[in-house]
Design a protein around this ligand. Sequence first.
Ligand SMILES: [Zn+2]
Length: 214
Amino acid sequence: MTAKHHPDPSSLMSYAAGSLPEANAMVIACHLSCCEHCRKMVSDAEAVGRSLLEQLEPVAMSEGSRNQMLAMLDRIDPGSSHPVFRKDTGNIPVALQPMLGEDLHKLHWRALAPGMKQFVIPASVGKLRLLKITPGTSMPKHSHIGSELTLVLQGSYSDELGRFCAGDVADLDGDISHQPMADTQEDCICLIATDAPLKFTGLIPRLLQPFFDL
Ligand SMILES: [Zn+2]
């Protein structure tokens, strides 16, 4: 299956430059493992970055900067093959397995609202979570103060922007207001990175928000 919705090119460029917050970088890494189109964009951007580096006049670097640079180059090594995202089984993408194991269904999901459960994944910068929505359930309508980067791992949802299936990414900023609804017979499980709380439109979700930690 080929993804129909991809991250914004600016997100891919930032990922290639190593400047995305950790939570967002994890979502992009998981998408790359199932999207050749975006892998190519990232590797092209990395090549441009490398050739720019090569054109710089050599200057002596401090030991600290040199180590930082070497660590960064390790991270963007094109030889490090991107793992295969087994979306057919609903398994956790390989990039997330060190933190979560290999089976989405064995996680200790926390109930959030009727038909909605979440599992928060520790991230040093930004918020990263898995959200599970039962078929026919809608999230409350919301927009964003910051960005919201979502990758569908299993099932699908529809909102004002279209239909998002396993492997698809929604890369949203504060201008977009939407109300995703799980629209197939299986639970929709998404990996979501946010850098600020969501902005709910309705009164009840707004009152409950502090308890949901959304
Ligand atoms: Zn893609």
